[in-house]
Design a protein around this ligand. Structure first.
Ligand code: GDG
Length: 487
């Protein structure tokens, strides 16, 4: 049991008015999504209107579910209190959970992103364990749980998202035993050799076991979780269901997807296609355009692919005039030392390659450290002959699926790490071990030399797979499984 005993959490009565009809502003929601971030981001760029929707299929999918169910989204606006977000967005209600500057350091950058993130991604960087971070993580999770408890209608449904909120299911259950709780983890759940390092391993497991349904990207994560729960708590059962403290908990894999129709439509848009041609022309119409698009994160294996490209240039297998690479590295968690180091090392590697192999007007690698509009990203996917997705570990990787969705003419080749969740579905990709530089080089060569029939077969196989389940089907499947737990 956690230091945060059930009596401590249970003593915090939800702030539900005695008679809700007395308070006109109190509108409990039947359906609540709770995530670290609200689906909006603040922009002070000239021309921007303050709050903009966060890009991405996940936000679109959840927004449409919330619109259909008059739901509420609870989260942190990602900025300080003087920039208050609107109370509604696209017809859904928003509720803010405030996080102080100190909590941002300890809960967000600390426990979430310097303890859990590296531990759950194969400890590619050593996780840091600090008791003060853990205490703040618990406090912030309790604040999220209380905010949900105060705003969910009797018997309502709550969908909790991701690794920042792993204690919310248990805390919420203690505050509101009447509600149905689903939890989805977007990143991998680690095997016991790694998870056992966590000083608060039992508390995290008990936190998650507060849910009625626990969803993971892959079966392997579901199985890791279930085995650890049976080993470290009183839970009994199988990989698909556990009994814990007199309750049944369903466990399943729900691989996330993309908004196929939106991407197909954008990829067919004449303006986006013209932009794709313009990108290629601007690069001197290279024989091959290779592309990488990632958050600048040490899990994404960006340097591994740069190393492979550098060696191929050294070996004379590539030339900066005929084969060009673009790497988009989206700024992420910039105040963390590991991320700062990653950026520094990556930028040095890119400039070394360009210094050695670039020509005036022809750098070998075009590197952008910025966020691009989504239609520009689609134009890049359309322009690229070879997409490089080489993470050391990734829950799913939506970039890989987005690239495939753009290639309606069945051209384009995907080089994909076998350690990305997407590798279980995208069997038509050229699979690589990101630790094996020679293997990445061989796969790039294979992809460059593949004939049109092989390329079409591989691409159509991957597209069929993704079309079978878009991000709306993913949300529907999770919520249907959650509804079953309550019958
Ligand atoms: C986590 C898990 C899991 C990227 N650059 C730009 C931009 N993006 C968008 C992409 C894509 C998304 O960001 C990145 O998603 P990924 O799945 O590749 O990676 P994470 O951010 O690490 O996501 C991951 C995911 O959650 C969902 O469950 O797949 O494993 O780590 O959609 O398009 N979007 C725009 N400009 C950019 O410059 N607009």
């Amino acid at each position: 049991m956690t230091e945060h005993s059930s009596s401590q959490i249970g003593s915090a009565e939800p702030n539900i008015p005695d008679d809700p009809f007395d308070d006109p502003s109190y509108e409990p929601a039947d359906f609540v999504v709770v995530a670290n971030r609200l689906p909006l981001r603040h922009s002070s760029a000239p021309g921007d209107d303050g709050w903009l929707p966060s890009p991405g299929g996940l936000v679109s999918a959840l927004t449409s579910v919330l619109q259909n169910r008059q739901g509420l989204w609870i989260g942190w606006p990602g900025t300080s209190a003087d920039q208050e977000p609107p109370s509604t967005y696209e017809g859904i209600r928003l509720k803010t959970v405030a996080i102080s500057a100190e909590e941002y350091e300890e809960f967000y950058l600390g426990f979430s992103n310097a303890t859990i993130w590296p531990l759950y991604h194969d400890a590619i960087r050593s996780p840091t364990f600090h008791r003060t971070w853990w205490h703040t993580y618990r406090e912030v999770n309790l604040r999220f749980a209380r905010t949900v408890a105060e705003n969910v209608a009797p018997g309502g449904t709550v969908w909790v998202h991701d690794y920042q909120l792993q204690l919310v299911p248990q805390m919420l259950r203690q505050l509101r035993p009447d509600v149905h709780i689903g939890f989805f983890l977007h990143i991998p759940f680690p095997p016991s050799e790694l998870f056992m390092q966590l000083p608060w391993r039992r508390e995290i497991l008990a936190g998650l076991l507060g849910a009625d349904l626990l969803g993971f990207q892959l079966h392997s994560s579901a199985s890791n979780f279930s085995r650890l729960a049976r080993r470290l708590t009183s839970a009994t059962g199988t990989d698909s269901g556990l009994d814990f403290e007199g309750r049944a908990i369903r466990i399943g894999s729900f691989p996330i997807s993309v908004d196929c129709d939106q991407i197909v439509e954008l990829a067919a848009d004449p303006k986006v296609r013209a932009r794709a041609r313009e990108i290629r022309e601007g690069l001197g119409n290279p024989e091959f355009l290779l592309l990488g698009v990632d958050r600048l994160d040490y899990t994404k294996g960006i340097q591994q692919r740069i190393k492979a490209i550098a060696e191929m240039l050294d070996d004379g297998l590539l030339s900066a005039e005929r084969q060009v690479m673009i790497q988009i590295a989206v700024p992420s968690r910039e105040s963390d030392a590991h991320y700062e180091q990653e950026r520094h090392d990556l930028e040095r590697a890119v400039s070394e390659v360009n210094g050695e192999h670039g020509l005036v007007g022809h750098p070998a690698i075009h590197y952008l450290h910025k966020n691009l509009p989504f239609d520009e990203l689609i134009a890049l996917y359309l322009a690229a002959d070879i997409m490089l997705v080489t993470p050391f570990k990734d829950g799913m990787n939506l970039v890989a699926k987005e690239y495939v969705m753009c290639r309606g003419d069945l051209t384009g080749k995907l080089i994909l790490s076998e350690f990305a969740g997407a590798a279980t579905e995208l069997r038509g990709a050229y699979m690589v071990n990101p630790h094996d530089t020679d293997g990445i080089k061989e796969s790039i060569l294979l992809a460059m030399n593949a004939g049109p029939k092989e390329t079409r077969d591989r691409m159509s196989r991957m597209r069929r797979m993704i079309f079978r389940r878009n991000v709306y089907d993913w949300a529907k499947a999770f919520l249907a499984a959650l509804a079953l737990t309550t019958q």
